[in-house]
Design a protein around this ligand. Structure first.
Ligand code: GDP
Length: 472
């Protein structure tokens, strides 16, 4: 029989009659939640597109829009008001550049979304990494405008670097929007769209994408909104709809938002092993952990193991969006009451796991990283190099034990390399100061992707490829 909830809301009086009535929903909002990261060269139109999505889905109130319009006009940049919705700090507005990772929420009838707007400027790659490491889907914004498309792919163009980072971070869904199709140099011409796609394909392949399966291309105007929520007017673009339904074997609305709605995020199996990395914990009438359900469905009454301690507990209450629920699915932010646990038994960075299929806890890993930056005091990356290992909200000191292989940007592989330089891909063994809960990236992406930092700089991003065998 189904277990009954014995928990009240964490901060409330323990009143038995209220408890049963408060178990309002089975699962909270039934719509899946997805994180999107917008990437691409500066001025490709990321902020304008993000702003317009919020506007078209009614997530910006009228007064805010009017204020933005007025402000944009005052600065003689009328078309920028959509970008203003995303670029919220003064410095960015004055320069017209996106610096920090912006965040915004919107929803459709099918799904809920968070937009992480990554900066295109060269100096802000670490911010972009932060955004992308939380993302499920990458949206690569490419300008089709004459000259701009070409510049984005030149040496030093950011489209290249960003697409590569996304792949390294494990984002396997990439939506490539060919933007500014309304521009007078483009006028929704099929030839220009095809030219961009043809040039992008081999490049995306070289970043490791299985283009046919993982990448979708879409012509849009982020500025006018054509093909964003509503289809482009057939008068302007008579070829797209047919070409899309043929290519995708899909007769749905060929727009960006319906494409988002159709994406299936892997690793989010409702029936998979319950995995909740702990972000925080409270001790109020028992021990309550806060976190996001990364996989599985957590239920009241369920038995769990907490890693790395391997202690077993029973879930005595679950709250999603602060409402008591019987269970919560992947993507939901939850509070869970851990029966029998003391405060010290549940800590930030610990992982609440399925009792039958817990993650691992180890202090040695084999991994593949991309070296993105080195501080001046660390010109060489080699065995003995130390850094801080960040995986979900764990921070642990680590040391490079052995480099097995490096690959430089031209694809030249060196076995048993003595050192590695910025721009290289490195396969190596790392030793951690203490055992941490983790998994291989292939098994559980959210417990298998990490960054290495040194002196406040992100020096590498990577994924765990091999772990010692499981202890039984
Ligand atoms: P970001 O740096 O990638 O965030 O780019 P912005 O959103 O700030 O846009 C850069 C410039 O391109 C601005 O002048 C925009 O008005 C313009 N722009 C953005 N999207 C479009 C579009 O779909 N069509 C046209 N014609 N211009 C656009």
């Amino acid at each position: 029989s189904a277990p009954t909830s014995t928990a009240a809301a964490p901060m409330e009086e323990d009143d038995n009659d209220v408890k049963e009535a408060e178990v309002v929903a089975e699962e909270g909002d039934p719509r899946e939640h997805i994180n999107l990261v917008f990437i691409g060269h500066v001025d490709a139109g990321k902020s304008t597109l993000s702003g317009n999505i919020l506007y078209l889905t009614d997530n910006v109130d009228k007064r805010t829009i009017e204020r933005y319009e007025r402000e944009a006009k005052d600065r003689n940049r009328e078309s920028w008001f959509l970008a203003f919705i995303m670029d919220t700090n003064e410095e960015e507005r004055a320069k017209g550049k996106t610096v920090e990772v912006g965040r915004a929420y919107f929803d459709t009838s099918l799904k809920r979304y968070t937009i992480l707007d990554a900066p295109g400027h060269k100096n802000y790659v670490p911010n972009m990494i932060m955004g992308a490491s939380q993302a499920d889907v990458g949206v690569l914004v490419i300008s089709a405008r004459k000259g701009e498309f070409e510049a984005g792919f030149d040496r030093g163009g950011q489209s290249r670097e960003h697409a590569m980072l996304c792949k390294t971070l494990g984002i396997s869904h990439l939506v490539v929007v060919i933007n500014k199709m309304d521009d007078p140099t483009v006028e929704w011409r099929k030839e220009r769209f095809d030219e961009c796609v043809t040039k992008l394909r081999p490049f995306l392949k070289s970043c490791g994408y299985i283009v046919k399966k993982e990448v979708k291309f879409l012509p849009i105007s982020g500025l006018s909104g054509a093909n964003v929520l509503n289809e482009v007017d057939a008068k302007d673009c008579p070829w797209w709809k047919e070409s899309y339904s043929k290519r995708e074997n899909n007769t749905d609305k060929p727009t960006l938002l319906s494409l988002f709605d159709s994406l299936e995020i892997s690793g989010r199996e409702r029936d998979g092993p319950v995995t909740i990395p702990v972000l925080d914990r409270y001790s109020d009438r028992g021990t309550i952990a806060m976190g996001k359900v990364e996989s599985g469905t957590v239920r009241v009454g369920q038995k769990v193991i907490i890693m790395p301690t391997r202690n077993t507990y029973k879930i005595e209450g679950v709250w999603a969006n602060e409402l008591p629920v019987k269970c919560a699915r992947p993507g939901e932010n939850v509070l869970v009451k851990i029966g029998g646990a003391g405060v010290e038994d549940v800590q930030k960075g610990y992982v609440i796991c399925d009792a039958n299929d817990p993650c691992r806890a180890v202090d040695k890993i084999i991994c593949t990283v991309a070296l993105v930056d080195l501080p001046e005091s660390l010109p060489i990356f080699s065995a003995g190099t130390t850094a801080i290992f960040h995986c979900q909200c764990i921070e642990e000191e680590c040391t490079v034990m052995e480099i097995f292989e490096t690959t430089n940007s031209r694809g030249v592989v060196t076995k048993n390399a003595k050192f590695a330089k910025v721009g290289m891909k490195v396969i190596m063994k790392l030793s951690l100061a203490r055992s941490i809960p983790c998994e291989t990236f292939a098994n559980a992406p959210f417990l298998g992707r990490f960054t290495l930092r040194n002196e406040g700089k992100t020096i590498a991003i990577g994924k765990i490829t091999k772990l010692p065998p499981k202890k039984v």
